[in-house]
Design a binder for this molecule. Sequence first.
Ligand SMILES: Cc1cc2nc3c(=O)[nH]c(=O)nc-3n(C[C@H](O)[C@H](O)[C@H](O)COP(=O)(O)OP(=O)(O)OC[C@H]3O[C@@H](n4cnc5c(N)ncnc54)[C@H](O)[C@@H]3O)c2cc1C
Length: 314
Amino acid sequence: MSKINKVWVIAEKESALAQLLAGGRQLGEEVAAVVLGTKEETKKAISLGADKIYWLGELKAENVYEDYAPTISGLLKQERPELVLVQPSKRGKLLAGRLAANLGTSVLVDATEVKVEEKVQVTHMVYGGAAFRTEQALTETTIVTVGAGAYTALPEEATRQGTVIDVEFVEPQHKVKLLEKKNKAGATVNLSAAKRVVGIGRGIANQEDIKLAEELAEQIGAEVGCSRPIAEGVNWLPTERYIGVSGAILKPEVYLAVGISGQVQHMVGVNQAKVIIAINKDKAAPIFKHADYGIIGDLYKVLPLLAEKFKASK
Ligand SMILES: Cc1cc2nc3c(=O)[nH]c(=O)nc-3n(C[C@H](O)[C@H](O)[C@H](O)COP(=O)(O)OP(=O)(O)OC[C@H]3O[C@@H](n4cnc5c(N)ncnc54)[C@H](O)[C@@H]3O)c2cc1C
């Protein structure tokens, strides 16, 4: 694959920044990160693969993330990178939309693959994960949101050198007024950083039975994720734990699917796992077509047995 000259990366979270920088290094000769954060965060971005940092300073109390769109748009018009990779967080999507509007283009969303064939080409899922579409922007700069798991972060290199450019804030013409900030109740989870994930589905009959999966997850050092109906249906787990085309896209070393049928919309979130193991009582469940190892059995019997075995082997 050929490379383009300049790739820019914009991410709110460090884990996403690390992944997008790794993607940037595959695609471009020079990789720059736009950093809204501390000086320490600029150093971190360099150690993770950025050659250049456009440093916006720290987020001011009176601003929200997307208020920086005019500042970044000005930089884009001046520096003309061929590609901007943006983390698809809620605020990241808002920012990407504004940047694209300012450049007279649109955002290519939720890329599963970005490649360079003379120009930048972006592939993403359509029809709920049943098909893929490849698109190419006709403008000089292509703005793309890239889901978690598309790239694997490079190891940190503390000795890497890079340039930090201080950027002056350009006041937006139309601002959203921040009235209040509240912390979300409950623990947050970063599923895309987990090496092992136990995913639970509608095979779990009651909310309290989730503890069976949690006990096994604890034994094997895994995070618990779920299918959409568990998070958006019965609402037993928070939405940040659901996996699939409309949830988190993961690339763990091991994915253990428990009582999950294996519909395509779920599987697109885990089909990049190195090893997939399925526990399902229905031997005809589609999950077994995707699994490297399968246990045909009742999860209520299998989960406690596995947890016990792992505990005993410690
Ligand atoms: C546009 C669109 C987007 C979607 N996005 C997503 C998405 O991002 N993520 C997602 O997950 N879904 C998504 N869905 C929903 C998806 O199509 C499926 O409906 C969903 O994934 C099914 O969840 P499930 O496997 O938990 O439940 P089910 O399909 O009901 O499967 C339950 C499984 O549990 C097994 N089982 C039952 N009891 C036991 C037991 N005691 N022991 C062992 N096995 C047992 C059954 O045999 C069955 O295979 C989307 C759908 C649409 C239309």
